[in-house]
Design a binder for this molecule. Sequence first.
Ligand SMILES: Cc1cc2nc3c(=O)[nH]c(=O)nc-3n(C[C@H](O)[C@H](O)[C@H](O)COP(=O)(O)OP(=O)(O)OC[C@H]3O[C@@H](n4cnc5c(N)ncnc54)[C@H](O)[C@@H]3O)c2cc1C
Length: 461
Amino acid sequence: MPTPTRYDAIVIGTGQAGPSLAVRLASSGRKTAVIERKRFGGTCVNVGCIPTKTLVASARAIHMARRGEEFGFSTGGPVTVDFNRVKARKDAVVRQSTEGVEKWLRNTSNVTVYEGHGRFESPHTVRVNDELLEAEQIFVNAGARAVVPDMPGINEVPYLTNVGMMSLDTLPEHLIVVGGSYIGLEFAQMYRRFGSRVTVIEMGDRLIAREDEDISRTLQGILEAEGISFRLKASCTTLRRTTTGVAVGVDCTKGAPEIEGSHILIAVGRRPNTDDLGLNAAGVATDPRGFITVDDHCRTSVPGVWAVGECNGRGAFTHTAYNDFEIVAEAFLDNGSRSLSDRIPCYALYTDPPVGRVGMTNAEARASGRRVLVGYRAMTAVGRAREMSETNGFMRVLVDADTEHILGAAIFGAGGDEIVHSLIDIAYAKVPYTVISRAVHIHPTISELIPTLLQDLKPLD
Ligand SMILES: Cc1cc2nc3c(=O)[nH]c(=O)nc-3n(C[C@H](O)[C@H](O)[C@H](O)COP(=O)(O)OP(=O)(O)OC[C@H]3O[C@@H](n4cnc5c(N)ncnc54)[C@H](O)[C@@H]3O)c2cc1C
């Protein structure tokens, strides 16, 4: 048996927690190995947030140019899209980020970078390529990938996931998106704006079922107005290759039994990258869906082994993965006490307009048994939104009638992904909503209506 190479710490995966952890560990004098099997920076940087938000920005610029007449200018003909240039812009933004992560790691003293697949051989040894590494502390940041459901015909058609979408260099004539949730809807809207025909197929009876019904309904209306077709209550029964692309057999109560398209995107959920990590050899426990079980500080069932980011099932976002790094760094290096249970859920859906969310939905607030007050404002009643001709959507804030604390909010409208932060901060501050309702906000902004709507709270029925 060759002697393993000894490190103080090993980090498997360079997603949103791993690189920061590796640099903190190395800076504290620990000899640290970092293992990455694909591209530095993981999902967010290469095939997730950064490329999609770059494409969303191109799609919005194109959309706004098409609305020129509304704003008093004309483009002298139809707006045409050069998809290769859209992709080149996205690739440049991604390259800068991924190269930045790689350089950061390679230039940090005490960090050794290994390119290859890391797999546990025992609780404290990991094999990468032909080398066996050993460390007292091992941090798993293996992330997640798209679920590909076992539909009949799936292996006969050239389907795409979020990964394949990033290397498309011709615009799909007709993109079929299977999955009407966060990832699917962002792709649907941007490709429609680039010029594709787009059909979204969703099994449920509404889009983004985790949100309240009025958000699903309003967003569907906005996307339909842009020309996106929807097939709800559709169980995708078959996939078939055709001469021009793919055909999806949908078992629907009405409408055509089959939809033909040139490309198909599968966006029905994510699964953790834990099936090929050798977790059994290490004795690391997982839940039935394969997520690594962790305590409130990201410790796994094996002492010295930690799991951070999406692979621990405690968050599916870049900001939650990064917060896992902060929690672990504090627990392991700084003797601090930050924990997963301190975290208030927040995220955004980056359609245009976006939905900025924090805390509970209406449905969750009702189910909590609390006495709940709600403040609501349609974007049509917001001066700044009218000035910008961005009157789609609404703002809603939920307040606990007894504690006066913010329970949740949905800011669905222009700038919603930014505006929601005042509510996120007040929720973290654990102070009554009156701190905001009595604040003076800048005019004219969309945010100035948050105090106003909080001055007019009504019981949630
Ligand atoms: C299309 C899309 C859009 C998204 N948009 C947003 C958004 O706008 N905002 C947001 O907050 N989140 C967004 N997300 C989610 C976000 O990208 C992820 O939650 C985040 O990247 C998770 O980070 P992570 O650190 O857990 O893992 P990842 O970023 O997935 O990184 C894991 C890394 O580990 C490597 N790895 C895995 N197994 C091994 C192994 N055995 N050996 C070596 N290396 C290994 C992988 O190659 C990868 O580089 C989006 C996701 C997608 C798919």
